[in-house]
Design a binder for this molecule. Structure first.
Ligand code: AMP
Ligand code: MN
Ligand code: MN
Ligand code: MN
Length: 286
């Protein structure tokens, strides 16, 4: 049983459960500490906090922030961020502005280059007033019959070289780590195996991340294989980074990722939560 799940999404970004349902399901699954880490927004945290109050689980207020580094999109998770911090709020607001512009641009390209009409209206319907993610486009296009699965939509339409691809122009690594640290949080480099980088490139990324004030690597992720976990545990140890654990849960539709059911952190790792009790982040040691 894993007691910590430090990466998850709700309807405040591209998850399919409301913050309340997410918290209730995580608590029922035996999670003791859950981080809600929606993409580029803090808007689900208040509801999640309130829902957690009537469970035995503690909510870790978090966020997953989009970064452009060397022309690639990288995700940085912030844990224990103070949602009332103005610099963090302003930074995220700017990212959401880019998201809004990008959503229109994705729709334009899908129309011109793939003949797909009304994609923006469709994606908005799936976002239900929350920020628009590529995931919302993908869900809409699956339901339109354009492709059989969300993954297929990404592969055929939304990634580099495909009709609906718009290059990311997110925030810099340094700025994002600074926002997190200034908001009293801990910066974690999310799902490192997903970037498919060479060992050299990943080392450069981890070095710059640490230099900027980042402290942990997400060694266990719902998207990591057993081999990825081993590789990333070694990387964390060699780079002097703490280790984090998170499902990256987006809802029950992705049945292969289950809340609170994660691979164990290898013995060699120092967990990112090792000093959370002393720091007053959590009430009791896990
Ligand atoms: P965005 O931040 O709007 O560019 O969307 C990124 C999100 O899309 C990620 O957080 C994942 O939830 C989802 N995603 C990215 N790549 C894929 C993929 N190949 N298949 C399914 N979902 C993906
Ligand atoms: Mn997502
Ligand atoms: Mn991510
Ligand atoms: Mn995520």
């Amino acid at each position: 049983m894993t007691f910590y799940d430090l990466h998850s999404h709700s309807t405040a970004s591209d998850g399919t459960l409301t913050p309340t349902l997410l918290v209730q399901q995580a608590a029922a699954a035996g999670v003791r500490y859950l981080a809600l880490t929606d993409h580029d927004t803090l808007s689900g945290l208040a509801e999640a906090e309130q829902a957690a109050a009537s469970t035995a689980m503690q909510l870790v207020p978090g966020v997953e922030i989009s970064v452009t580094w060397c022309g690639r999109t990288i995700h940085i998770v912030g844990l224990h961020v103070d949602a009332s911090n103005l610099a963090l709020q302003r930074g995220l607001a700017e990212l959401r502005e880019f998201r809004e512009w990008r959503a229109g641009e994705i729709a334009n390209r899908l129309l011109k280059q793939a003949g797909i009409v009304e994609a923006l209206a469709g994606a908005r319907q799936y976002a239900q007033g929350a920020l628009v993610s590529r995931t919302h486009f993908a869900r809409y296009l699956v339901d339109c019959g354009v492709a059989a699965s969300v993954q297929e939509v990404f592969k055929r339409y939304l990634v580099q070289g495909k009709p609906g691809h718009v290059p990311g122009q997110w925030a810099s690594l340094e700025a994002v780590v600074r926002w997190i640290v200034e908001a009293g949080g801990v910066a974690v480099l999310a799902h490192p195996a997903r970037y498919k980088m060479t060992a050299t490139k990943l080392r450069a990324l981890m070095g710059e991340f640490r230099e900027a004030g980042g402290v942990a690597l997400e060694v266990v992720s719902g998207s990591h294989s057993a081999d990825d976990v081993k590789t990333m545990a070694r990387n964390a140890t060699q780079m002097g980074l703490l280790a984090s654990v998170g499902s990256d849960y987006h809802g029950p539709e992705n049945a292969w990722i289950v809340l609170g059911r994660l691979r164990a952190l290898p013995e060699e790792c120092v967990p990112v939560w090792h000093d959370w009790h002393e720091r007053g982040y959590i009430q009791e040691a896990g």
